[in-house]
Write a protein that binds this ligand. Structure first.
Ligand SMILES: [Zn+2]
Length: 248
């Protein structure tokens, strides 16, 4: 039980605290209201005091903000420059195949205002694997896809395989793999966890797809054909779209 005097003191104290809180609340409310008014006030008053140029950045900031909402997709054409990658059945190089594919994926995504695609290389140049991953990290890509063509000493070996390194990338790898396998109908060599440098150094959702075997004559012909590339690129885009839809 609490003595009466103490009780009175407590009540007075409580009322004082309540008044203080009420005052604080109104001060804050006033602050918020003033902050809300500030832009329109400054647009009214600034032209009188500041040069016109100082008002110009406003629309620029607005457009940058709008861009940030786009889905950033970094497309990596495997190999390049001094690194030819696999050499196909008829001497064609993997680095040329991957660049052609990457550009097709880029063009398809570019048509969609929801997406902002970017290439790690646009021509026959060598880019370090760590650097490719770093571009993805620094740009903060929503999706990072590295495109490859496979190779093996036995030309009968065939099929599509897709890699991921960390758990944040498994759903992306699975979605792209599914669409590529369904479209090209190459042997399904499954989605695998792989310690590949380009994936290991990337912290954003990343996958590496080996579309098929360039050392397998049948797959190579399909992979190098215009129709085969157009379909494979569309399958990759469909895979990206399905993955993105799953995030929402
Ligand atoms: Zn490769």
């Amino acid at each position: 039980m609490i003595p009466r005097e103490d009780n009175m003191n407590r009540q007075r104290k409580r009322r004082r605290v309540a008044r203080f809180l009420l005052l604080l609340f109104f001060l804050l409310l006033g602050g918020v209201a003033l902050a809300g008014l500030k832009p329109s006030q400054s647009t009214l008053s600034l032209p009188l005091t500041a040069p016109k140029d100082e008002l110009a950045p406003v629309p620029v900031i607005a457009s940058v903000t709008a861009k940030e909402t786009k889905i950033k997709v970094l497309i990596d054409a495997g190999h390049g420059g001094k690194d030819p990658g696999a050499v196909g059945n008829d001497g064609k190089m993997e680095k040329d195949y991957t660049l052609s594919m990457a550009k097709k994926v880029y063009e398809l995504l570019k048509k969609d205002p929801q997406y902002e695609p970017k290439l790690t290389r646009q021509d026959d140049v060598f880019v370090e694997l760590e650097e490719r991953a770093e571009i993805a990290n620094e740009w903060n890509a929503a999706v990072f896809i590295s495109i490859h063509g496979n190779t093996y000493s036995d030309p009968s070996v065939s099929g599509t395989e897709t890699y991921y390194r960390y758990d944040n990338s498994k759903a992306l790898a699975e979605s792209i793999h599914k669409h590529v396998v369904e479209t090209l109908k190459f042997r399904n060599r499954a989605v695998r966890e792989g310690h590949l440098r380009v994936l290991t150094f990337s912290s954003v959702p990343s996958t590496l797809v080996e579309i098929g075997y360039l050392t397998n004559p049948k797959e190579e012909a399909r992979m190098l054909s215009e129709d085969g590339q157009a379909r494979a690129a569309q399958a990759i885009v469909d895979g990206i779209r399905q993955y993105v839809a799953g995030l929402e």
